[in-house]
Design a protein around this ligand. Structure first.
Ligand code: ATP
Length: 243
């Protein structure tokens, strides 16, 4: 009885006349890293927003832990440990690293208190030592890669079971991209977080992923094991020439 942690069944969504999602199906199993690939405008961000409850689809189902969350409020979805890290690493630039992390814990610890938050911050620091070194620094003064790590670390404070990452390496230098994606893999390997990842650096993403989906015009046009996609001539031609 191995139900997927997340299952998208026939989801469609339009922004007015623009059909962004068109009868889309995919699933993510417990403990997987799944890469969601596709050209600009394919609908990837729209899908993650839909899963996180930031926009409601026109039809279809989003099953999370076998329950339809399509009409659930975004805040409730966060409480259910399904966390989105949006594009452009939206950290609070005028707040310290520590305060950014404390905010990430808000939902879980408003009842349990500060000690629990401090314990969780220590765990995050063990995983991201650079953030401990810079804990008093204002988030806006961190490098791009460090801000991305902070955005992910803040999401970890909410103890996700499923993490949705929207282009974590956007605008980062190639070496830093690799570093950030290695951290992503560590989250799964060490904390057991299941991950659905949008990534333009296709070969780097497929190297850390178990499986991948290729999206075009709002639907899935190809899926497979990450290794197979990495060596697939069509995928190579469309994406890997550019990465
Ligand atoms: P990117 O990699 O550029 O972020 P994407 O695959 O994430 O692309 P989406 O951002 O989901 O794609 O966009 C899917 C389609 O919906 C595109 O045609 C886009 O122009 C359109 N779209 C996205 N957001 C809006 C919006 N707020 N209003 C109208 N159309 C939108």
């Amino acid at each position: 009885m191995n139900q997927p942690l997340l299952e998208i069944k026939g989801v469609s969504f339009s922004y007015g006349p623009i059909q962004a999602l068109d009868d889309l199906h995919l699933h993510v199993d417990h403990g997987e890293i799944v890469a969601l690939l596709g050209a600009n405008g394919a609908g990837k961000t729209t899908l993650l927003k839909n899963i996180a409850g930031l926009l409601q689809s026109d039809s279809g189902q989003v099953l999370y832990r076998n329950r339809n969350i399509e009409r659930m409020e975004a805040e409730k979805i966060v409480q259910n440990k399904l966390i989105l890290v949006p594009e452009h690493r939206q950290v609070f630039g005028t707040m310290s690293v520590l305060d950014n992390l404390s905010l990430g814990a808000y939902h879980h610890y408003k009842k349990t208190g500060k000690k629990e938050v401090a314990r969780e911050i220590d765990k995050v620091f063990a995983l991201f030592p650079i953030l401990e070194e810079r804990k008093e620094q204002l988030a806006g003064t961190l490098s791009g890669g460090q801000q991305q790590m902070l955005a992910i670390a803040r999401a970890i404070m909410a103890k996700p079971d499923l993490l949705l990452l929207d282009e974590p390496s956007l605008g980062l230098a190639p070496l830093i991209v690799k570093e950030v994606l290695n951290y992503v893999k560590q989250l799964r390997d060490e904390l057991g977080v299941t991950i659905l990842l949008i990534e333009q650096n296709v070969s780097a993403a497929l190297k850390i992923a178990d499986r991948g989906y290729v999206m075009s015009h709002g639907s899935i046009v190809k899926e497979g094991r990450a290794d197979d996609l990495l060596h697939n001539p069509e995928v190579k031609e469309v994406f890997l020439g550019h990465t």
